[in-house]
Structures are given as C-alpha cells and as structure tokens.
Design a protein around this ligand. Structure first.
Ligand code: ADP
Ligand code: ADP
Ligand code: MG
Length: 501
C-alpha cells in the first residue's frame, strides 16, 4: 500500500517552501526548489538540494505555470509534489496533472479540492452532511433582483461573497439595503478579476463573530483526526493577522462539538491529507461552517506548537499511503501558542506594501520562539509576491505568558530598511481587548486608530547604527528596550526602541 517517497518538488517559494524543505530533509528526502528570475538567491533555493529556474517574476510565468513545474519534477526525478499554500495549492487541475504524471500529490484528492473550492458547492455538500451553515442564499442563475429579495428574507446586515473566493477577496458587508446593488457590482468585479468567476452568494453577516478553525488530517485508511482549533479573529479586511491556540472563546464541550463537525465535513468529501475547516462562532455557543481550505495553512505552526506534531511530515506520511501514526485520543494539546504575521507594509499608509530591500533581518531567538521565514538580509521585497517577511510563533504555558513572550520576541526582531507592521502588532497585542481574549473579526477594522502608534519612524542613519550594534549579544535584561542617555539622540524618540517600525 505505502510507497517510499525520496524526492519532492516544492511548487512554491518563500517561507512555506523553506518549511517544506525542512520536513523533506527530516524525513530523509531530497528537496527540489523552483525559482523565478527575482528569486535566484532566495533562501528556499539555497536550502534545497537542487533548484531550477522556471521563468519571469510574474507568477503566471513561473509559480503558476503547471506545465513548467511538472516538467521540472520529471526532469529532476522527483516522485512527489508539495504545493505549499497559495499559488497552485487549491487548483484541482494541477493536482490532477501531478497524479497523471505518475507523481504523488502531497494534498487532498482533486475532487475534494474542486468541491470545497466553490463555496456554494461546499455549502450544499455541508448541508447534506448536517454541518451547521450560516443562513444564506445561493442560486446559479440569481440576478440582482433575486439577491435583493433574498437579503430581506435573511435580514440585514448581509455579507456578499464570491463563490470562488479566497484571501478575503470579493467580500462586502452591507447594512443598508440601498447599498446592496453597488456592493453586488463591486464584489462581482473583484471576483471576476481575482478568481475568473463572477458568481456571488449571500450570507447573514454575523456581528461580533469569532473566526475559529479546526485543523484536520486524514489518511487513506479511513482515519480522520482533528488537531484542535486555532482562533484567527484578529483580521484586517477579512485577512488574518494574529492566530492562536487554544481559542479563548471555546469551552471543552464546544471544542469537542466543533472538532466532530470538522471531521464530519472532511469525511463528507472523502478528504485525505491536511486541511482546515473554518467556522464562524458566536459568543453564545453557536458556530457555522464558512469554508474548507484544502491545503496547508499559513498558521499551521500554532497547532504544531500546542500538539507537538509536525503537520508537514504527517502530510508526507499519509500521501505515501501510511496510516496515521496516532489516534484521536493521542492528540493532547498543551499550553498556548500565538503567531504574528510580520509584513513589509506601512500600517500608517493604509497598509500599503513597503517594497524595497531588507538591509538587515535578525529574527528573534530563545526558548519557545519559532520563526518561519523565507527572507534574509539583502533580499528585496517586490511587488510580485506577498510582502510577508516572517511568521513569529511563540509558545508558553498560559495565554498571558505567551503574549508577554511575543512582545519580547517582537522587541528583539531587527528589520532594517523597510517599514513593517511590528509597531501595529505590538499595539494590538497590548490592547486590553486582546488581553481579555475578546477580539472579534471586526475589532481591528473598527479600532484601527488605537492600533496605529504615532511615534515617527526612526531615521535611516539610526537604523543602520543599530545594525552595527550587535543587538543579539546584549545581555538579556528585564527590558531589552534601548535606554538612551542623551535626549538629543535619535534613540530618544518614540516610546521604545522599535526597530521593526
Ligand atoms: P490562510 O492565511 O488561512 O492560510 P488565506 O485565505 O489567507 O488562508 O490564503 C493564504 C494564501 O493563499 C494567501 O497568500 C492568499 O493570498 C492565497 N490565496 C488564498 N485563496 C486564494 C485564491 N483563491 N486564489 C489565489 N490566492 C489565494
Ligand atoms: P476567504 O475565502 O476569503 O478566506 P471566508 O469565507 O473564509 O473567505 O471569510 C473570510 C473572513 O470573513 C472570515 O474569517 C470572517 O472573519 C469573515 N466572515 C466570513 N463570513 C462571515 C459571516 N457570514 N459573518 C461574519 N463574518 C464573516
Ligand atoms: Mg477563509
């Protein structure tokens, strides 16, 4: 039944390619990287055993080019392909082409990807399986008049969503019936542009909602496990910023019900490999299926920290046909983990990506700190790809201790040359609502002004001076912040030594 995998093509770039390469090496496999013209010296290329150029920087010419990717896999003698997340990870035709080429696909069956990829189809299937859904309206031939009538029945506020949606795109919240037509037009345009599919549907907009998702993993022998939850309610424009596990919202009873619902959802589509079932949850105990992400998720390290499992190695094992090496009762999460997504972006300028060179990047280290990154000093953040610099993940015994540890880790993260969202992340973590575990999915958007620290950015000369200091060699004091002795010094500005800003 099972087949030994020896060499994997990683059809991705950046931190997730690095993450998968590590799992390959730990599993005794060779890792083959691909790179676009601007990624020739990237970290994932350096860490791989072999690397192949696949074209120009534009994703359509390289990381989204299925033919080139499969050609490299064949030429280099790979026996499997890991797609990471984004790019072709949820494209069922790519998964099918990989299988047709006689390679093992490190992901779910193409049929499951297709079913879950269209949200309206996924909703219909989940309804049959008895998984609770957000009240909504969908019809293949629905025109604006049908949506307008349905919105009255559902009751405002409503959410307009794209059937092909992902990454927070094609979503509009509508409170005022008079604004529904323009929201439909806007969402349709965005959906057509982003997904090549203009189809829309409506959901009741759940206010004060929490995003709680369940990690699942299934083998090809009929075993489907859940690896408990991650809460990802800290979002800006429906995109996650900070994720944690366990969720401060869940009781043990509710956690068990959500875990069971996620396993049911996965079974209903014949799922194998790793996936995530996303739910929207309300403070009163209700929860509803949102979507299933049929791939490894950005925030999977949070689950790895609390369960002690390596999800990517499990992906390889089940794809090779091995049975899962553990049962549900063996999955016993401990402690608390938090992940922050560190981006090259300017929160004070509408979160615009801050493209340009990263002169120096010194990731934080220390007990209970993990950094997943594809960026190293000297790299350039370009317009072509996601401007994420790193994911910082911390682990501690309790939530409060994990928050403290994250503050300390962000404090000692050195990123010079580009603006980052680190000051914004720190303000978010320091907010009393976050400390209370009460951030809902609207919180960041509605409290943005409080989360934008008004310290002016430090001058470049000061940042370069800091790079020359060997920041990491300083003794770990009670407070690692720089304490200027001279009021005229550039270090005296701002409320702390925030080099990440
Ligand atoms: P998560 O962060 O929970 O893993 P996201 O929905 O934020 O999931 O997606 C992760 C990555 O995949 C992001 O880079 C996002 O832009 C990309 N992505 C998600 N869905 C799509 C899609 N349908 N088409 C293109 N890219 C997508
Ligand atoms: P995407 O594929 O873009 O990730 P999702 O359906 O997962 O789309 O929704 C993205 C985010 O939007 C969710 O995490 C949640 O914060 C919010 N959201 C989605 N549907 C609803 C809803 N019906 N009510 C309230 N918030 C919602
Ligand atoms: Mg989602």
């Amino acid at each position: 039944m099972s087949r030994r995998l020896t060499k994997c093509l990683i059809a991705n770039r950046g931190e997730i390619a690095v993450r998968v390469i590590r799992a390959c090496h730990e599993s005794g496999m060779h890792a083959v990287a691909v790179y676009s013209d601007v990624d020739a010296n990237a970290r994932h290329v350096q860490l791989a055993d072999e690397a192949y150029a696949i074209g120009a920087a534009s994703p359509a010419d390289s990381y989204l080019n299925a033919t080139k990717l499969i050609d490299v896999a064949r030429r280099s003698g790979c026996d499997c392909v890991h797609p990471g997340y984004g790019f072709l990870s949820e494209t069922e035709t790519f998964a099918a082409a990989v299988l047709e080429a006689g390679l093992v696909w490190i992901g779910p069956p193409p049929d499951a990807i297709r079913l879950m990829g269209v949200k309206t189809e996924a909703r219909a299937r989940m309804q049959q399986a008895g998984v609770p859904l957000v009240p909504g309206f969908q019809a293949d031939d629905a025109d604006d008049a049908a949506f307008i009538a349905a919105a009255v029945t559902i009751g405002y506020p409503v959410m307009v969503k794209a059937a092909g949606g992902g990454g927070g795109k094609g979503i509009r919240v509508v409170y005022d019936p008079a604004r529904l037509p323009e929201a439909l037009a806007g969402a349709r345009r965005e959906a057509e542009h982003a997904f090549g599919d203009p189809r829309l549907f409506l959901e009741k907009y759940i206010e004060a909602a929490r995003h709680v998702e369940i990690q699942v993993i299934a083998d090809s022998h009929g075993h489907t496990l859940h690896l408990f939850e991650r809460e990802c309610s800290a979002q800006r424009r429906h995109q996650k910023i900070v994720e944690e596990s366990p969720s401060p919202l869940l009781t043990p009873e509710r956690r068990a019900r959500m875990g069971a619902a996620a396993v049911e959802a996965a079974r209903a589509v014949g799922y194998t490999n790793a996936g995530t079932v996303e739910f929207i949850a309300t403070p009163d105990g209700a929860f509803y299926f949102l979507e299933m992400n049929t791939r490894l998720q950005v925030e999977h390290p949070v689950t790895e920290m609390v369960t002690g499992l390596d999800i990517v190695k499990l992906q390889f094992a089940v794809a090779a046909g091995e049975p899962l090496p553990l049962a549900q009762a063996d999955v016993q999460p401990r402690g608390h983990a938090i992940e922050c997504r560190v981006y090259a972006e300017d929160p004070r300028n509408n979160f615009l990506p801050a493209i340009g060179p990263v002169l120096k990047f010194i990731p934080p280290e220390g007990p209970g700190v993990r950094v997943d990154s594809g960026v190293q000093s000297g790299d350039t953040i370009t317009i072509h790809y996601d401007p994420m610099i790193a994911k910082i993940i911390v682990y501690e015994a309790t939530r409060a201790a994990a928050i403290d540890r994250m503050h300390a880790a962000l404090d000692r993260t050195v990123i010079l040359g580009t603006t980052t969202n680190i000051p914004f992340l720190r303000a978010l973590l320091a907010h009393p609502t976050f400390a209370a575990g009460e951030v809902d999915t609207r919180f960041v958007d509605t409290h943005l002004a409080e989360l934008l620290p008004d310290a002016p950015p430090l001058p470049d000369a000061a940042l370069i001076a800091a790079a020359l200091e060997d920041w990491h060699q300083q003794p770990a004091g009670s407070d690692r912040r720089f304490a200027p002795t001279d009021d005229a010094s550039p270090w005296a500005r701002g409320d702390s030594f925030r080099i990440g800003g």
